[in-house]
Design a binder for this molecule. Structure first.
Ligand SMILES: Nc1ncnc2c1ncn2[C@@H]1O[C@H](COP(=O)(O)OP(=O)(O)OP(=O)(O)O)[C@@H](O)[C@H]1O
Ligand SMILES: [Mg+2]
Length: 247
């Protein structure tokens, strides 16, 4: 038995924060777990991330963007996710294919069937067992990021929580949760609202896969609820004594 958990939600909704906390919780309890993020999570994927999110790349065609996200995902699935799941591990992924449907589909208005076909090619059809949705309006998420960046620039502590900075291995994403402001963040508010509404439609299409959480709850309370919701799934995972090696 393996478990593939993805985190989705609008900008600034707390995906990276909660993914890290869940990783730490599971790792501390002796589960074989790996945490990766999209786009990225591999050496090649991290290079693609730099290209696709660079604020200076204003000339990037929507098709290029979509294919780059898919290329990074293909590398991640092949190099990390699939091998780790095949060994019975838990994979936590900070964004996955639903982000393509929400951002390039509902956000940019690209054809959904086309996106599904390309995603199937990139992932080999691999779907998450469960997707954690952090429910926040686009406006609140963007405002949260803006406020936190401002606090950081003024040298004030960003508040809420200090995350473990030296996370134990296996863990392919060792960077601190950064408040990056990237090419997609910089898009107009209307785009982000379409993305957030799009997530609502995706959830309605597949309610059994999604678990939605109020992202305005305090960080620790949210982490507790997410861990609790995953309990029935985690019971089936073998403890670290027979843990797979990091791919
Ligand atoms: N439940 C919460 N309540 C208040 N602030 C939060 C909460 N969760 C996260 N934050 C803060 O909001 C900011 C964004 O969090 P985080 O980076 O985890 O979001 P994200 O969804 O990963 O964002 P992005 O879409 O940019 O990747 C951080 O400063 C974080 O500390
Ligand atoms: Mg994040």
């Amino acid at each position: 038995m393996s478990l593939f958990v993805t985190f989705e939600g609008p900008e600034g909704s707390g995906k990276s924060t909660q993914a890290r906390l869940l990783y730490s919780y599971l790792h501390a309890r002796g589960y074989p777990v790996v945490l990766v993020r999209e786009p990225g999570g591999t050496r090649i994927g991290d290079l693609i991330r730099r290209i696709v999110l660079d604020l200076q790349h204003t000339e990037m065609a929507d098709t290029t963007e979509m294919l780059l996200f898919s290329a990074a995902r293909a590398q991640l699935v092949n190099q990390v996710i699939r091998p780790y799941l095949d060994q019975g591990g838990i994979v936590l992924c900070d964004r996955y294919a639903d982000s393509t449907y929400a951002y390039q589909g509902y956000g940019l208005g690209r054809d959904m069937n086309e996106l599904r076909t390309i995603t199937a090619i990139a992932t080999g059809g691999l779907l998450p067992d469960i997707t954690i949705y952090l429910d926040l309006t686009a406006d609140e998420g963007l405002e949260r990021k803006r406020r936190k960046r401002q606090e950081q620039e003024q040298g004030r502590p960003s508040g809420a929580l200090s995350l473990p900075s030296d996370l134990p291995r296996p863990h392919t994403d060792t960077r601190p949760v950064s408040l990056e402001w990237n090419r997609l963040d910089a898009r107009e508010v209307a785009y982000h609202r379409r993305v957030a509404e799009g997530y609502g439609k995706l959830i309605a299409q597949e309610p059994e896969r999604w678990r939605s959480f109020d992202a305005r709850l305090p960080i620790e309370a949210l982490a507790g609820r997410i861990a609790h919701a995953l309990e029935p799934w985690i019971e089936h995972i073998q403890m670290i004594a027979s843990a797979p090696e990091q791919p």
